[in-house]
Design a protein. Sequence first.
Length: 378
Amino acid sequence: MKKIILIPVLALLLFSCGKADNKSIESIISSNNSATISAKKAELQAQITLLEEALSKLDTVKEEALVGIEPVKDSLFAHYLAVQGNINTKENVLIQPEIPGALVSLNVKAGQHVSKGQVLGRVDDGGMSEQLASIENQYALAKTTFERQKNLWSQKIGSEIQFLNAQTQMVSAQKAVAQLKAQLGKTVIKAPFSGVIDEVFVERGEVVSANPRGLMRLVNLNNMYVSTTVPETYIGKLKVGTAVEVTLSSLGKTYVGKVRQVASNINPSNRSFGIEIAVPNTDNLLRPNQVAKLKITDYVNPKALTVPSSSIQKDGQGNPFVYTATAIKGNTAIAKKTIVVLGKSSNNVTEILSGLQAKDLIVTDGANAISEGMKLNF
């Protein structure tokens, strides 16, 4: 009722004042002086603000709103860096022949498990076996000659030159045998590590040589890792042993790994550095080149005050604030605007550094539709 009576009084006051100041306002406008016009505008706006404040004090009927509230939580808060990476293994190689020739034997097939050092195949030696037999005979003769010459020389029979010549021939023959054995060993194709033959690209009898395709692919899935890059701003935050959550959408599975390597070099083109995360492949589902989503913990506060990120708003000055429920009576309260200082945000939750205390009640649902002093129902 007071509000209804006051409105005609204000209207009469503004009418009478407007009539008195009508000429002065017209003269100010006609002066084309922006400073004078702005000053007059500010004066009138100040008067309107005072009138609105007077009306709000006389208005005994408060607006009401139905909202949802919850207490400020005091709990563990962790912030994550979210990046994408690729699954890899250091033991994923194409097996190549060391010397060219016909593949005379192929002992494995795709999907077969092999052990380190196991013979996978053999390339034709091109007559080296016969050469080795001949050189071994020459070595045996040279060795016998040297031993006899050594016995004679120990009895002061013969010359030193004969002894040295026999020794030299034996050593030369011995080196020739060792060299040819090494060459012959290159015809045998062995597994460099234990793993699974993923693919075989050749057939027995085919002439083979080193090429980009190789003979077969050998993969070991026991030593898997994820490789990715992160911005240089995280140099001091990521260390060997840092826990990482690895999620593979294709499998619908999440693994927990640890950073095993941090690069020492910054890529100048994108200001990032590489890291590797070891991932256990206990169920044997990880494969090279799979895409993984990583959540790397870079900040932890064991006793953080947190609120839902959606409950935080900003006022005209850019200050973040939340509405708290005060003067609680049963299922009603009064809304209060509370300025807060924000920390980090993660998983739709934001850390509050100051402005709130544990167990303060904040408005979570309907916060955008209320104002300070409004009656809250919950």
